[in-house]
Write a protein that binds this ligand. Sequence first.
Ligand code: PEP
Ligand code: MN
Length: 348
Amino acid sequence: MKVGSPQTEIDRLCQEFEAWGLSPEAIIGKHKVVIGLVGETASLNEEQIEENSEWIEQVLRVERPYKRASREFRHGEAGEVWVSTPDGDVPFGESHPIVVVAGPCSVENEAMIIETAQRVKAAGAKFLRGGAYKPRTSPYAFQGHGESALDLLAAAREASGLGIITEVMDTADVEKVGEVADVLQVGARNMHNFALLKKVGAQPKPVLLKRGMSATIDEWLMAAEYVLAAGNPNVILCERGIRTFDRSHARNTLDLAVLPVLRSLTHLPIMIDPSHGTGRWEFVPAMAKAAIAGGTDSLMIEVHPNPAKALSDGPQSLNPERFDGLMQELAVIGNAVNRWPKSAMAIA
Ligand code: PEP
Ligand code: MN
């Protein structure tokens, strides 16, 4: 719609499109209002739609299979996802400062999760991550403490003011996890779990969707489309490394090329996880810096008070001292690209 289109006209048009059997969705952006038309549109031509109002600026058909996730769906405008946390609302997106998410792979006990929350907050993180339910390759490996760990995350949220990001693996747990989490994480192994995608799409908390370890970018965006199509517009995409032939040095190959590729394909905010992406704490700083230089909107970093004793992913976890040092290094790159949060700058 043209800039300054009256609300009455937007409403009138939406009613008209509904009468045609379509489901119109008005997307109110910073500079534009876009009406997304979902339904049987194959038989309609652009002129037929255009002649309904002098306030229509342009009619654009989204050719890609992922409609709502596509960049065209917002007529090229950047998207954003706002997440409420005890310390206030935090935006993710390309026109906002970089958001750092940090914490252990698993929630192990109360002391460690509270200590980690306080340490990563002091260093400038806005969210605490930590798994209560862990997707492990082996059924004999630590599976997470489950429900009791959710209570510990709630305590850490209260004690630190940080938002909580934690994984949900089972459709049956979505509601329970949603009571504590500010963002629900769908892990790499569940990126193709369509029942779970539909379920997190039908609840109100934002969703962090990790890339499947062998998923193409199109498959990943189609997975995001499931969440969006189920009614939840708040999806953040997280690159966490993909399987490739050479696993002799790093656990995965962190695909940083997703930064420009996703930017051209989608309006959804992007997070990079160099911890799972490399599997080794020594490699995390270089990849985190590269991700900021490459334009990421957010970073996820595993931090554990004593990585040698961690119940999962110790080898890729930074201790709090190393995380402090990393945040100072990241501030230099973050400031250079003009995307480092003001509040975290004092630490640098
Ligand atoms: C995690 O975030 O701890 C995790 C299990 O990640 P992924 O799903 O990317 O393996
Ligand atoms: Mn992990």
